[in-house]
Design a protein around this ligand. Structure first.
Ligand SMILES: Cc1cc2nc3c(=O)[nH]c(=O)nc-3n(C[C@H](O)[C@H](O)[C@H](O)COP(=O)(O)O)c2cc1C
Length: 357
């Protein structure tokens, strides 16, 4: 692993930040204590909500951890398309006995306020999703001793991350659960996502900074594979959704390995930006015509998802999951890190012994 990273965490395992209440402080603390890098997700939280979670996490572990921010999104949505989608969702609102949300509830996710908190109360790592922060932002975080990670989904995006001065690029393959962290949401490139092994090799040859690989990784042997392809560490989301400490809804955890949800798809149905979720009724019905309108569609559907969660209806939830979801294991997070490390060691031994089984 690159020394920038080994100084922070000994095992090449990053627990992905997972917005929507999944990567709670207890999960991040358990991963960091086990020698990985735990992450909090500030997305959709207020700056103060993020600060309270950081304080809670600091009370649970003295090990390094990260905080993830969403970049503000440009105003590209067609308001008429959002209106049409709102009409198409009217039946859902009456089914769940709720109102649709206001699509114009804000598009910057409190970015500046969160950055101000992170500059006043520095954390070891800040990562960014949905774009590249300005060089001044990265420089200001460096001045307070914070390392910066930025997601990229292509070699071109990875080069932009390096040019901006970030320390680490997270290469996110199309297999990944949750939102694709593409720097610009271009509907014309839908369906053109790159698989993780191809992406890691391309990114490795495009930039000089360390690469963290994300997407579909559920076993130690896959960590060995991405490290052999040039990554310094692996970032796992779905594997940790199932962990005991994860804040995911119980239905989401169960669905990962349920025969009722054998597949995932990239969909705009829940938020207006492509995100990989377990296929359920909501995704099947609304995915085909959901507009490219993030975060408008996120705000619009938020009350529906809340009501579905309250009603215990998995068919209306956004159950983000990567393509490896069937391999999820319900373990305490620290134990999951240990198991992954044992699998990684076994895979490396097999590789160095000449490998074929
Ligand atoms: C439930 C869930 C929520 C996620 N939320 C975020 C987030 O808030 N910020 C972020 O950078 N990535 C987020 N991701 C994407 C992860 O960072 C990572 O790319 C992905 O989990 C890797 O694929 P995997 O889930 O197959 O391991 C999320 C993923 C999942 C599964």
């Amino acid at each position: 692993m690159s020394s920038v990273l080994t100084d922070l965490f000994p095992h090449p395992i990053v627990q992905a930040p997972m917005a929507g209440g999944v990567s709670v402080p207890q999960l991040a603390a358990a991963v960091s204590d086990a020698g990985g890098l735990g992450f909090l997700a500030a997305g959709y939280k207020t700056a103060d909500g993020m600060y309270q979670e950081i304080k809670q996490l600091r009370g649970l572990t003295s090990r390094p951890f990260g905080v993830n921010l969403f970049l503000p999104q440009p105003e590209t949505a067609d308001p008429a398309a959002v209106d049409v989608y709102a009409h198409q969702l009217a039946g859902e609102a009456s089914w769940y006995e709720t109102e649709l949300g206001d699509p114009d509830s804000g598009r910057d996710d409190g970015y500046d306020a969160k950055l101000a908190v992170l500059l006043d109360n520095p954390v070891p790592v800040v990562s960014f999703h949905f774009g590249v922060p300005a060089r001044e932002v990265i420089d200001s975080l460096h001045r307070v001793g914070t390392l910066t990670f930025v997601t990229a989904t292509t070699a071109e995006e990875a080069r932009a991350v390096e040019r901006a001065g970030a320390d680490v690029v997270i290469a996110q393959g199309v297999e990944a659960g949750g939102h694709q962290g593409t720097h610009r949401d271009l509907p014309e490139t839908d369906g053109g996502g790159i698989g993780l092994l191809s992406l890691v090799a391309q990114v490795r040859e495009s930039v000089g900074i360390p690469v963290v690989a994300a997407g579909g990784i559920m076993r130690g042997a896959q960590i060995a594979a991405v490290c052999a392809a040039g990554a310094s560490a692996a970032q796992l989301g779905t594997a940790f959704v199932a962990a005991h400490e994860s804040g995911a809804h119980a239905l989401h955890k169960q669905a990962l390995t349920s025969p009722l949800h054998p597949r995932t798809e990239l969909t705009r149905a829940f938020t207006g930006r492509p995100a990989r979720a377990l296929v359920n009724r909501f995704l099947r019905e609304h995915g085909p015509y959901a507009p490219a309108a993030y975060p408008e569609v996120h705000h619009l559907t938020a009350p529906l998802r809340k009501a579905a969660a309250k009603a215990g209806d998995a068919q209306g939830l956004a159950m983000w999951a990567g393509q490896g979801h069937r391999l999820a294991r319900e373990l305490p997070a620290g134990q999951l890190v240990e198991v992954l490390m044992a699998e990684l060691a076994a895979a490396r031994t097999a590789l160095s012994a000449g490998g074929a089984r």
